[in-house]
Design a protein around this ligand. Structure first.
Ligand SMILES: Cc1ncc(COP(=O)(O)O)c(C=O)c1O
Length: 397
């Protein structure tokens, strides 16, 4: 049977990781993989997570299934972080929440819910977007269409073009995937004014937002990064949220995420919960527990919550500092537009205005590893390598 299968095409990021690992140049700079790294290039377990793990080891009394929608404390506490503790929608009973296997699992569950509710819906995605959005959401069979978002030459959001496409080409009932913050791969986020325009447009055209929040806390701050989500929750009648704890809790391999469907009424939310549960059952039966138990422990223990928020803030500031340093190193040498874009972009990523040939040259001539698209993970840089990084970028321009 298996001889009928063809080999999978090579994965660009995995290929890049291998190339970087094999490079013996002690000055190599690896900006490829999309995980947070500290000043030593490590991705350690966060201290609040370690402490929660110790507590949980003592407290856990059973390994029985946790239930189809996951850990209810996790669902509620993480939703409070995202929507705000005092949010009206949280107390309205209009939220169907379920624990998911990472942000990816949440995206897939959200897309399956769309497919069940409106199989004719088209999902609109930004150009460019995270490389896994299309496979994750497209596997449901839903139709996918692009909307313009980022112009690599001007290194800015093409806001007019985005709105024009959504206004003219999307039909009522369609779904618009929006990066809640720290857009991957560009780092270019909507301004507050732009979020307001988008919210009005979605309302006017009867389009449903599908917000992907994979980096909350790593852009402008935990509350600030929820601006778009909270605005939409106030303005539009329905939305879907896929949120991840991979980056902000450093729980990558624990596969911890949350899917939320905000419905028009509590009764409709109840039905959404049932349908999400049924989908989960069909896909993997029951969600995993460990990561969500840790997040619930942290968010329900004031000292751990304070410690986690401080660690997250340190990560955010470290990346912001690296951005500023890289921007400064580039602007003194005459690449002002690139420097300004890097400085104003948010989160881990920026999309440099480089061709794939230039990205390959950076790799082969300078041992600087980035995706061929020009995407860099700013967290892969170090204070001491920023100067060399800027020189290498300028050398291939
Ligand atoms: C934009 C975006 N959404 C969702 C995810 C999903 O993350 P995970 O499934 O690891 O939680 C990622 C991870 O890189 C991402 O960049």
């Amino acid at each position: 049977m298996f001889e009928t299968l063809s080999p999978t095409p090579p994965d660009a990021i995995i290929g890049l990781i291998k190339l970087a690992a094999a490079d013996t140049n002690p000055d190599k700079i690896d900006l490829g993989v999309g995980i947070y790294q500290d000043a030593q290039g490590a991705t350690p377990v966060m201290s609040a997570v370690k402490k929660a793990e110790r507590l949980w080891l003592e407290e856990e009394v059973s390994k029985k299934y946790i239930g189809i929608l996951g850990n209810p404390d996790f669902n509620r506490l993480f939703s409070e972080i995202l929507f705000g503790t005092d949010s009206d929608v949280l107390s309205s009973g209009r939220l169907a929440m379920a624990q998911a296997a990472g942000g990816s699992g949440a995206l897939r569950l959200g897309a399956e819910l769309v497919k069940l509710a409106n199989p004719d819906a088209t999902i609109w995605m930004s150009t460019p977007t995270w490389a896994n959005h299309q496979p994750l959401i497209g596997s449901t069979g839903l139709r996918i269409q692009p909307y313009p978002y980022y112009n690599k030459d001007t290194q800015d959001i093409e806001f007019e073009a985005m709105c024009t496409t959504l206004r003219n080409d999307a039909k009522a009932g369609d779904v618009v995937l929006l990066h809640g913050c720290c857009h991957n791969p560009t780092g270019a986020d909507l301004s507050r004014e732009q979020w307001r325009v988008v919210a009005d447009l979605l309302l006017e055209k009867n389009l449903t937002p599908f917000v992907d929040l994979a980096y909350s806390g790593l852009g402008d701050g935990l509350v600030e990064d929820s601006y778009g989500l909270r605005l939409l929750a106030d303005k539009v009648p329905e939305l879907i949220l896929a949120a991840s704890c991979s980056k902000n809790f450093g729980l990558y391999r624990e596969r911890t995420g949350l899917v939320v469907a905000m419905a028009r009424t509590p009764e409709a939310a109840e039905i959404c919960s049932g349908q999400i549960g049924l989908t989960m059952r069909r896909m993997i039966s029951m969600p995993p527990d460990h990561g969500a138990a840790l997040v619930a422990k942290i968010l329900s223990t004031p000292e751990l919550k304070t410690e986690w928020m401080a660690e997250l803030e340190e990560m955010r500031l470290r990346m912001g500092g690296l951005r500023t340093s890289l921007a400064e190193a580039l602007s003194v040498q005459g690449a002002e537009q690139m420097a300004a874009a890097i400085a104003r972009q948010k989160g881990m990523f920026s999309l440099l205005p480089l061709s794939s040939e230039q990205a390959v040259r950076l790799r082969t001539e300078h041992s600087v590893y980035l995706l061929n698209s020009g995407r860099i993970n700013i967290g892969g840089a170090r204070d001491e390598t920023i100067g060399r990084l800027a020189d290498c970028i300028l050398a291939v321009l």
